[in-house]
Write a protein that binds this ligand. Sequence first.
Ligand SMILES: [Zn+2]
Length: 111
Amino acid sequence: MSLTDDHFARKIAAQSKAWEETSDAPKKERSHEAAAPKMGICDKCKKEALLRSYRFRETSVSNGAASFGTVTKHLCEDCAPKSRAQKDAEVPKLNNKQIRNLMRSAKKGLL
Ligand SMILES: [Zn+2]
């Protein structure tokens, strides 16, 4: 039992390490929703630019009770969250291995 747990823990650790190593690399966008940039006013710098929407987890405390919610912000390229912030965004991401598998499948013409 403990052997299995250890194996599992190491697998998780390896996956998050792979994530760290790739977090700054350009990623293939998943076409699960309208990810195409749109013109609009950036929520952060208030400039008109091509915007993408990002979802953030937000924790607010009022009357001593914490509440959790998700906020959507439309940010330009300059204000787009990088690496660490992206981890907080609730957008499903492919890890390194998944991308490699995907590429392999694509090469075989399975997609
Ligand atoms: Zn901006």
